[in-house]
Structures are given as C-alpha cells and as structure tokens.
Design a protein around this ligand. Structure first.
Ligand code: DP6
Length: 410
C-alpha cells in the first residue's frame, strides 16, 4: 500500500473564467487570471492510498462516502494520471527495471475542506487541484505544474489555477485537444506580499445556479457575452502589467470592472442568473464610497464576486484594518469570535465595532444603511500564498486499513 497526503489552495479570479468552447475537455472561451489565497485559512486536504488488495476505487468527501462511479470529472483525473503512470511503468519494464504497477491498483480517496462547505465558498477548485496533485505524488509523475494543470482543468476549470501559488493565468489555448489550455504562474506569492484579501461570507439561504450550468446558459443566450470576449484579451495584458508593476490602482479597477462585467453577462443570460444579493451590492457601494473618500483619489480596495453572493476584497495591507472596521460597522456580525479571527494581527489587539471606525467613514451612512446583524456571517482575512503542499504521514486522513480516520465532517 502506498499513501500520500497533500493540501491545495483556493484561488479567486480577478479576470473571470465564464464559458466553455468544449464542455467535455473543459476548454474556456477566454483567458482568466487569479490570486492564490493562503492555505493556512482555506484549503482542501486529500489523502490517497493505492493497494492491490482494495476491491475498487472509493471516495470519502468531508467524512461521507460518495459514489465514485457517478463522478465523471474525477474519473477524467484518474484516467489521465493513470495513463501517464502506465507509460512510466511500461518504459521501466522495457528497460528491465523493477517498478510497482501502481497504475493498476484501486485507490481510496479521502478529502476534506478546512472551511465549512455550508459557508458557500468555492471548494471545487481546491478540491480537484488537491486530487490531481496528490495523484501525481502517489504515482511519482514528473512534477511539471502546467502539465498537471491540464489534467486538473478536466476536473473543474478553475482548479487548474490552484496548482500554483501567487498570481496565475489560465491560458485558454487554441488546440481542439486542449493540449495548450493550461495554467502558468505570472508571479510568485513573494512578488507582492503586501496584497491581502478579505473574504466576506454573505448569508444566503437560496441555492444558486451552478457555475457549470450557468456559464453554458450564458454562452447560448447572452448577446453581451460576445462583447465581453472582445474585451478580455486587453484586460489580461493590462492585469499582468499591473501585477508585475505592483500597481494597485490598475489592479483594483480592472478587478472590479471584470467582476461587474461577469455579473452583467449573468443578468443578460436568459432567463437571467442572479448571484449577487442586497448585501453583496451594499458591499460594492461601500467600497466605492471608501475609494471616493481617498485623499489622493487613489483606489484603496477592490471587490470581486464569483458565482455566489460572497465578496472578496483585495487591498494593500496598510488599508486592511480600516476595511475590516468598515465592514464590521456596516455589516455587523452576530458572534465576534466566529465573525472574525485576527489571524494576522491586523487589528493589533483591538476589537471589532463602531468605536474603532474612523469618524470620516460613518458619513457613508447617508448612502449605505447599517445592515441587519448577520448579513455578513464571517470575515476571513487572508493573503497571497503558495501552491499545493505535500504533508507528512501523520497528517493522513486514512488509517492503516485505508479507511477514513474520521467519518464526521470537520
Ligand atoms: C465564477 O471552475 O467552478 O468562479 O469548469 O464547470 O467546474 P467548471 O466551473 P468552475 O467555474 C468558476 C467560475 C468563476 C470564475 C473563475 O473562477 O474564474
């Protein structure tokens, strides 16, 4: 039996992927670009073991066994990684070298997120990236991340970007077989450490349209989407330039414009798709007011929203304390401990609350009402960080029999 455990990070796009030109191979209609967030705050952890004795492939997600045969996207990842391993085994056999025939062994996969799935945070990107990275380590595959990203892409498009830390582009490619549709690192996390992020978990009881379904409806029905596809290439270039120059002014404006355009094409889809709610829009207004109040007129914070109501606010470190106080004032939480953990010491020991809000910013109340308690249920302060990590044996989610150590959700 061979067992490997790894973690992979969440990424949040600043130029959004929305639309496929090939739904089987998961080939996108445009390039996209994302920032990888710290695994200390958000990650998926996966243990995979391979053994001759197992009766078949099995999968446990967040402590619950799932029917692996129904998961076509995971199957794509198994098929691709096993094929590369098989080629390595064939080569070794031809050269007369001994090698374990891991590609023929059934596998047990156990995966968990360190954040509650109920929080509505995207988990498919980190989950599928963790799966592919762990399979690659299990099978001792050559660790070219862009190569692996082509496999992760076939699990979930955005997963390909979670194989790198820092700032990551997914190049859409031109080939029909997807061989040039892969992720590349634009800059490592060490390039711009001052860039931080605040994830605002917005409570929303409704279950929205999935990204997979939503993006194809957009492709089929939105005339505005054709316009978006003309705009994205220029934006990609400008975004890369902004990142390399650590130019937050350009980075912030492009981020907000691209998020807004993505939600505009959602509204232009027929029937329309609504991912934002009143709280999401309240946060957008707050960030614009905050930027308007900037003494030198420069952008101090930028929001972005994926296929749901949660906001991710990117900002330079020096503005983060003020932004957290602002959000805490206009979108008060229910339980201060659950609401915000000061992991990086941004509040310097201070508590959340209006007593700490800079007086100038209470004037926003004319345009933004103080929202009901709990409309933002959780704040996660985080930053740009590294790509997938290999953990030690003691971190394994599977026991010696290859069964989950825990069966309840963590
Ligand atoms: C709005 O990667 O979840 O988060 O490829 O169908 O699995 P599939 O979709 P998915 O879509 C993510 C869309 C997005 C934007 C982004 O992450 O770029």
């Amino acid at each position: 039996m061979k067992t490997v455990t790894c973690t992979a990070p969440v990424n949040i796009a600043v130029i959004k992927y929305w639309g496929k030109r090939d739904t089987q191979l998961i080939l996108p209609t445009n390039d996209s670009l994302s920032v990888t967030l710290s695994q200390d705050i958000l990650h998926s952890k996966t243990t995979i073991s391979a053994a001759k004795e197992y009766s078949g492939d099995r999968l446990w997600l967040n402590g619950k066994e799932e029917d692996i045969t129904k998961n076509k996207r995971m199957h794509n990842c198994f098929r691709e990684t096993r094929a590369i391993r098989k080629a390595v085994e064939d080569k070794a056999a031809a050269a007369g070298q001994p090698i374990e025939l891991l590609s023929t062994y059934p596998v047990h996969v156990c995966s968990e997120n360190n954040f509650p799935t109920a929080a509505g945070l995207a988990s498919s990107a980190s989950g599928l990236a963790a799966l592919v990275f762990t399979l690659a380590k299990l099978f001792d595959l050559p660790s070219d991340m862009s190569e692996l990203s082509r496999i992760a892409r076939q699990g979930s498009g955005s997963a390909c970007r979670s194989l790198f830390g820092g700032f990551v582009a997914w190049e859409m490619g031109k080939e029909a077989d997807g061989s040039d549709s892969k992720a590349v690192q634009v800059a490592p996390e060490t390039h711009w450490p001052e860039l931080e992020a605040l994830v605002c978990v917005v409570s929303d009881a409704k279950k929205g349209t999935s990204s997979t379904e939503g993006m194809q409806n957009t492709i089929q029905t939105s005339p505005l989407m054709a316009e978006r596809l003309k705009v994205v290439p220029g934006r990609m270039e400008a975004m890369k330039k902004a990142i390399l120059a650590k130019d937050f002014e350009s980075f912030g404006e492009l981020t907000m414009r691209d998020s807004n355009q993505f939600h505009a094409v959602c509204l232009d889809t027929f029937p329309p798709i609504f991912y934002l709610n009143d709280t999401s829009r309240g946060i957008m207004r707050l960030i614009h007011e905050y930027n308007r109040s900037s003494p030198d007129g420069k952008i101090k914070a930028a929001y972005t929203y994926d296929a749901g109501p949660n906001a991710v606010i990117y900002a330079p470190k020096q503005n983060m304390r003020e932004i957290i106080q602002l959000i805490a004032h206009y979108f008060p939480g229910t339980d201060s401990d659950y609401y915000f953990k000061d992991t990086y010491g941004v509040l310097g020991g201070a508590a959340l609350g209006e007593n700490y809000l800079p007086a100038a910013h209470t004037s926003f109340e004319e345009v933004i009402p103080v929202h009901p308690v709990g409309s933002v249920s959780r704040l996660l302060h985080t930053k740009t960080h590294d790509g997938p990590r290999v953990l030690s044996e003691k971190d394994s989610l599977l026991n010696e029999q290859g069964l989950p150590k825990r069966t309840a959700q963590v």
